[in-house]
Design a protein. Sequence first.
Length: 200
Amino acid sequence: MRILIIGGNGTIGKTVVSHFEKDNEVLIAGRSSGDVNVDIANSQSIKAMFEKTGKLDAIICVAGEAKWNDFDKLTEEDYYVGLKSKLMGQVNLVRIGKNYLNPNGSITLSTGILADDPVVKTTSAAMVNGGIHSFVKAVALEIENGIRVNVVSSGMVENAYEKYKDYFPGHNPIPMRKVINGYVRSVKGKGNGEIIRIYD
């Protein structure tokens, strides 16, 4: 398979890449590094990326940002960071990317546990994750050409435990092998419109 992994140089992305590149042709897209560059908050940048990659069998996105802060401190502009990057960025990857997928290809988006189990300082991030879950369930009803769209929603991964443990008191860190299996299930399985939750 020819697989594009957006965010392939990040904490989760690197592990996903190392798994899929064993048996597939993997292209990495990143903001400043990788085989191709992309700013997912910019739809023109997304289009330019796909023009360079050409036809694909699978698209995986492990990218997108949202502001974390106390609710009283989040400004309207802070919310737009998550809306433009993690939400609309991934929506646009589906909207534009479907035209570069071979028949029966797949698109896998990424969110996280905050959609279902938010913690403090995450009103923006939780809102965006929940929006993506609803989008995936709805777009699966209409997308054509045998294309499947799913989302992997993980808890705090073990590789990020030290950095984020204070934000997630009592949460169990998720082993990376479990996270990888979520992406494998989305790419290699037959599910469509699924929220693949890996929370414990």
